[in-house]
Design a protein around this ligand. Structure first.
Ligand SMILES: [Zn+2]
Ligand SMILES: [Zn+2]
Length: 88
Protein backbone atom coordinates (compact mmCIF):
# COMPACT_ATOMS: atom_id res chain seq x y z
CA UNK A 1 0.00 0.00 0.00
CA UNK A 2 1.31 3.48 -0.85
CA UNK A 3 1.80 6.06 1.94
CA UNK A 4 -1.27 8.08 1.13
CA UNK A 5 -3.54 5.29 2.38
CA UNK A 6 -2.33 6.05 5.94
CA UNK A 7 -4.71 9.01 5.86
CA UNK A 8 -7.73 6.79 5.16
CA UNK A 9 -9.84 5.32 7.93
CA UNK A 10 -9.85 1.56 8.54
CA UNK A 11 -13.20 1.23 6.75
CA UNK A 12 -12.00 3.29 3.80
CA UNK A 13 -8.84 1.17 3.58
CA UNK A 14 -10.92 -2.03 3.68
CA UNK A 15 -13.15 -0.71 0.89
CA UNK A 16 -10.10 0.30 -1.14
CA UNK A 17 -8.47 -3.13 -0.64
CA UNK A 18 -11.67 -4.78 -1.79
CA UNK A 19 -11.68 -2.55 -4.84
CA UNK A 20 -8.04 -3.08 -5.86
CA UNK A 21 -8.67 -6.44 -7.47
CA UNK A 22 -6.49 -5.92 -10.55
CA UNK A 23 -3.58 -3.75 -11.74
CA UNK A 24 -5.81 -1.46 -13.80
CA UNK A 25 -7.49 -0.33 -10.60
CA UNK A 26 -4.31 1.42 -9.44
CA UNK A 27 -5.22 4.25 -11.82
CA UNK A 28 -9.02 3.98 -12.06
CA UNK A 29 -11.41 6.75 -10.98
CA UNK A 30 -12.54 4.97 -7.81
CA UNK A 31 -8.95 4.79 -6.59
CA UNK A 32 -8.52 8.43 -7.62
CA UNK A 33 -11.45 9.35 -5.35
CA UNK A 34 -9.86 7.57 -2.38
CA UNK A 35 -6.65 9.43 -3.17
CA UNK A 36 -8.62 12.71 -3.19
CA UNK A 37 -10.04 11.94 0.28
CA UNK A 38 -6.48 11.33 1.53
CA UNK A 39 -5.28 14.55 -0.14
CA UNK A 40 -8.06 16.58 1.52
CA UNK A 41 -7.06 15.21 4.93
CA UNK A 42 -3.45 16.16 4.13
CA UNK A 43 -4.63 19.71 3.34
CA UNK A 44 -6.45 19.97 6.67
CA UNK A 45 -3.31 18.69 8.45
CA UNK A 46 -1.25 21.30 6.61
CA UNK A 47 -3.70 24.04 7.63
CA UNK A 48 -3.53 22.87 11.26
CA UNK A 49 0.28 22.85 11.16
CA UNK A 50 0.38 26.39 9.84
CA UNK A 51 -2.31 27.57 12.28
CA UNK A 52 -0.36 25.96 15.12
CA UNK A 53 2.85 27.79 14.09
CA UNK A 54 1.03 31.13 13.77
CA UNK A 55 -0.66 30.53 17.10
CA UNK A 56 2.70 29.96 18.84
CA UNK A 57 3.96 33.23 17.39
CA UNK A 58 0.88 35.18 18.44
CA UNK A 59 -0.01 33.54 21.78
CA UNK A 60 3.19 31.82 22.85
CA UNK A 61 2.37 29.11 25.35
CA UNK A 62 -1.24 30.10 26.06
CA UNK A 63 -2.22 27.12 28.15
CA UNK A 64 -3.69 29.22 30.94
CA UNK A 65 -7.27 29.54 32.12
CA UNK A 66 -8.50 31.82 29.34
CA UNK A 67 -10.31 29.87 26.59
CA UNK A 68 -8.36 30.35 23.38
CA UNK A 69 -10.39 30.21 20.13
CA UNK A 70 -7.35 29.11 18.13
CA UNK A 71 -6.66 26.14 20.40
CA UNK A 72 -10.36 25.28 20.28
CA UNK A 73 -10.23 25.28 16.47
CA UNK A 74 -7.05 23.16 16.43
CA UNK A 75 -8.66 20.62 18.77
CA UNK A 76 -11.66 19.98 16.48
CA UNK A 77 -11.87 16.40 15.24
CA UNK A 78 -13.13 15.39 11.81
CA UNK A 79 -16.34 13.99 13.39
CA UNK A 80 -16.95 17.25 15.26
CA UNK A 81 -16.45 19.24 12.08
CA UNK A 82 -18.91 16.96 10.24
CA UNK A 83 -21.47 17.52 13.03
CA UNK A 84 -21.05 21.27 12.69
CA UNK A 85 -21.63 21.04 8.94
CA UNK A 86 -24.80 18.98 9.49
CA UNK A 87 -26.19 21.66 11.83
CA UNK A 88 -26.09 24.23 9.02
ZN1 LIG B 1 -11.04 0.18 -10.25
ZN1 LIG C 1 -3.98 30.84 22.17
Amino acid sequence: MPDWTERLTETENDNLDEHLHDDQCEECWVTALFRTVAALRALVEEKDKSLDALHREAHGDCHGQVPCPVRAALALTEDEMKERLEEK
